[in-house]
Design a protein around this ligand. Structure first.
Ligand code: GLC
Ligand code: CA
Length: 560
């Protein structure tokens, strides 16, 4: 393999480039499942600290930490009891500072997760709201209403929570509070200036500690119009999502983000943010505008099959959307909410209706059916996952990677019901399997109590096959997924230039080829027949190992 590009220096310090985020590789850490420093079975900051060299060797530009705040874990930490502290099971603020320093010393930025739509029911505010009773100022921080029915014994509306069941829960004095997610996640009232002020305080708290950016959880749901009479669920569904819907993607949420933007821009370099906004694609640029959060997740690849036409459409439309806002696009194949992409790509195609809309969350049917090995082609899934990842890493914009995907790790299907933790499983009465299978603690070594995750067990059960994917093993194997990711990230740094992309016609429906400024080319073969490469092409990376052809279900990178 012709490889004459310089290896990057892993221990550079942070650049002061304010647009570092535009084409960053961001690695998502789910702290409870990354590495356990004190042997209690739960991942923690000490564990992450012990692995900062691993992150530097991998070559990521930033780390996004999913919530590590005090939480009763009703929703994996997305139920925050205190936004300005570290869960004692995960560490301390002093350890957080140490971690930021250690990452920065290796040139890695730090992004933290902000969960503004709801708090935990254990948050001091909510406990005071319950205690203070109806009509109190404390209740005004949340969304309390009297019930319907003769004696208010029925919920105010028939709305459903995203996790299943009613979106309202009754408290002892008979009032009801709104929770769009779990019962333990009461929605905040964003019409209340106190709520707004408190989040500004939280953003400053972390930015002052050196945090470089924020990932904003359910960014499209904060503000609500709850003018009485409230619509029914059926009425709600008929209301267009054009910025005036009572609950979702309201235009006025950007007033909140304009205030946050002023906070971000008061730092040097400005702090960044990325919206988790599940909205119509035409409305994504509103979140990605520089006056709003500045960037927004694009989840289209999570719903796509391994298919050339789908991939090309997604790339084209998302680059157009990014151009509309002036932001860069983002690309995601896996995160803590979906079935890992190595597994998705090894399963039969996702069920779709005639218009192409998915009829299931990719992989969900398979998991619900017990996760039969006979339906999963593991090797094929990994082969396609590597091809898709190299395709994605060649695109302009930022790439968000999820811990474990660099090992080619699969979803864990065999988790006993009583070991499942995800509220979506518990609340949907088994119609959704939940997200535990992608949150199983990582295998660092092939042996030992929890495959090197910690000195003792792991909070979710790790299957025996984790040994094959252990970091320790893959590090020694030049043909492993980990080795491929490391080479890819190093080369990406060397090859990355401007944010343009030009398609090169391949004469085949199942082969995509594009070029980037400076002459970097990416060729992905989604089919099964080899695709020839011109003699003399400088192939610097190949997911199949072959450098003279692009094998079926593989990607090659060609350097100028
Ligand atoms: C986001 C998170 C998800 C969480 C939900 C509620 O979608 O990614 O994990 O359950 O918000 O906070
Ligand atoms: Ca621990």
């Amino acid at each position: 393999m012709a490889q004459h590009l310089a290896e990057p220096n892993a221990t550079t310090i942070l650049s002061d480039d304010a647009s570092w985020w535009r084409q960053a590789v961001v690695y998502q850490i789910y702290p409870r499942s990354f590495a356990d420093g004190n042997g209690d079975g739960i991942g923690d900051l000490k564990g992450i600290l012990s692995r900062v060299d691993y992150l530097a060797d991998l070559g990521v530009d930033a780390v996004w930490l999913s919530p590590f705040y005090p939480s009763a874990l009703a929703d994996g930490g997305y139920d925050v009891a205190d936004y300005r502290d570290v869960d004692p099971r995960i560490g301390t603020l002093a350890e957080f500072d140490e971690l930021v320093e250690a990452l920065h010393a290796r040139g890695i930025r730090v992004i933290v997760d902000i969960v503004p739509n709801h708090t935990s029911n254990l948050h001091e505010w909510f406990r005071r709201a319950v205690a203070a009773g109806r009509g109190s100022a404390e209740r005004e921080r949340y969304i309390f209403r009297d019930g319907s029915g003769a004696n208010g014994e029925l919920p105010p509306t028939d709305w459903l929570s995203v996790f299943g069941g009613s979106a309202w829960e009754r408290v002892d004095d008979g009032q009801w509070y709104l929770h769009n997610f779990a019962v333990e996640q009461p929605d905040l009232n964003w019409s209340n200036p106190e709520v707004r002020a408190d989040f500004v305080k939280t953003l400053r708290f972390w930015a002052d500690r050196g945090v470089d950016g924020f990932r904003i959880d359910v960014a499209h749901m904060l503000t609500k119009d709850l003018t009485e009479p409230l619509p029914s669920r059926a009425e709600l569904e008929l209301i267009p999502r054009d910025g005036k819907h009572p609950l979702i993607d309201r235009d006025d949420v950007h007033e909140v983000y304009a205030e946050w933007r002023a906070v971000f821009n008061s730092y040097d370099p400005p702090r960044t943010a990325v919206a988790e906004a599940w909205v119509d694609s035409a409305r994504v640029p509103l979140y990605a505008r520089p006056e709003s959060l500045g960037q927004s997740f694009n989840f289209d690849l999570l719903l796509a099959d391994f298919d050339a036409a789908q991939f090309r459409d997604i790339v084209t439309s998302n680059l157009d959307l990014a151009a509309l806002s002036g932001s860069s696009s983002t690309w995601v194949l896996s995160n803590h909410d979906v079935v890992r992409h190595a597994t998705r790509y090894g399963l039969p195609k996702t069920r779709r209706d005639e218009s192409g809309k998915t009829l299931e969350k990719a992989g969900n049917d398979w998991l619900l059916g017990g996760g039969a090995e006979s339906q999963l082609d593991r090797e094929r899934g990994e082969r396609r996952a590597s091809a898709a990842t190299l395709f994605l890493l060649g695109l302009p914009g930022s790439a968000y990677l999820y811990q474990g995907e660099e090992l080619g790790l699969h979803e864990v299907a065999d988790i006993a019901d009583e070991q499942r933790q995800d509220p979506t499983f518990l609340r949907s009465e088994g119609s959704e399997i939940g997200r535990d299978g992608c949150r199983v603690p990582l295998p660092w070594s092939a042996h030992g109590a929890s495959f090197g995750f910690g000195a003792d067990g792991a909070h979710l059960p790790q299957p025996g096959w984790f040994a094959e994917y252990a970091v320790e093993r893959e590090e020694l194997d030049p043909a492993s997924t980990l080795s491929l990711y490391r080479r890819a990230l190093a080369l990406r740094h060397a090859l990355q230039g401007g944010e343009q992309l030009g398609w090169i016609e391949t004469g085949r429906d199942d082969v995509l080829r594009f070029t980037r400024p400076g002459g970097w080319q990416v060729v992905t073969n989604f089919g099964s027949e080899d695709y020839p490469i011109e003699d003399g092409a400088n192939v610097v990376l190949s997911s199949s190992g072959a450098t003279d052809v692009v094998r079926g279900e593989s990607t090659v990178w060609i350097a100028p």
